[in-house]
Write a protein of this length. Structure first.
Length: 182
C-alpha cells in the first residue's frame, strides 16, 4: 500500500474502524469513516467521493464489507488493505498513535468469553443457564461463517467506542477535495 500511495498521492486512505480504534493507532493522513457511517450514508459518500480509495480496518473484514457496499453503489476505484492495521503495523509502517484502547475484536472476545463463563458457572445452580453458552457459541460460529459479527456491531455502538466520534461532514468534504497528508 505504501507504494500505491507513493505512486498516486491522490489515493485516499479511509479507515472504517470505530473512532476509538482509529484514535488508538491509524495510518498518518487516513480519514476515519466507521463502517456504520458507510452503510448509513452510502449514497452521499459515493456521490461526493473522488479518486482512488483504500479501505482499512483492523484485519480486513470490515473494510471488505465497506468495499462491497461502495462498489455495489457504483464506486469503482476501491481497494482493501490486505491484513488491515495488523499487517500494516507488523510491517513496521508508520502509525500515528493516540490513547490506547481495546480493539473491537478484543472487546468481542472478552464479552463472549465472559458470557460463556458466567453461564457455565450459573449452570451449577440453574442447569438451563448453560444454554446461553451454547447460544454464544452458535453466534460465534455464524460470525465466522458469514464474516460478520452482531456482537461487534452492538459493541461498536457503545459510548466507549464512539469517543472522539467522526464528523461525517468533514470527512465527506475531504473525500470531495481529495487532499492527502503525509
Amino acid at each position: 500500500m505504501r507504494s500505491l500511495v507513493a505512486a498516486n498521492p491522490d489515493v485516499l486512505v479511509v479507515d472504517v474502524r470505530t473512532p476509538a480504534e482509529f484514535g488508538t493507532a491509524h495510518i498518518p493522513g487516513a480519514l476515519n469513516l466507521p463502517l456504520e457511517q458507510v452503510d448509513a450514508h452510502l449514497r452521499r459518500i459515493v456521490a461526493d467521493a473522488g479518486g482512488s480509495m483504500v479501505l482499512i480496518c483492523q484485519s480486513g473484514g470490515r473494510a471488505a464489507r465497506a468495499r462491497e457496499a461502495l462498489e455495489g453503489a457504483g464506486l469503482t476505484d476501491v481497494a482493501v488493505l490486505d491484513g488491515g492495521m495488523n499487517a500494516w503495523m507488523a510491517a513496521g509502517a508508520p502509525v500515528t498513535r493516540g490513547k490506547q484502547r481495546w480493539s473491537l475484536e478484543r472487546q468481542v472476545r472478552l464479552t463472549a468469553g465472559g458470557i460463556v463463563l458466567a453461564s457455565v458457572v450459573a449452570g451449577a445452580w440453574v442447569p438451563a443457564a448453560t444454554v446461553v453458552a451454547g447460544l454464544v457459541g452458535a453466534g460465534l460460529t455464524v460470525a465466522a461463517l458469514t464474516d460478520t459479527c452482531a456482537m461487534g456491531m452492538l459493541l461498536a455502538r457503545l459510548p466507549y467506542n464512539r469517543r472522539g466520534g467522526t464528523d461525517l461532514d468533514a470527512v465527506i468534504a475531504r473525500l470531495r477535495r481529495n487532499p492527502v497528508e503525509s
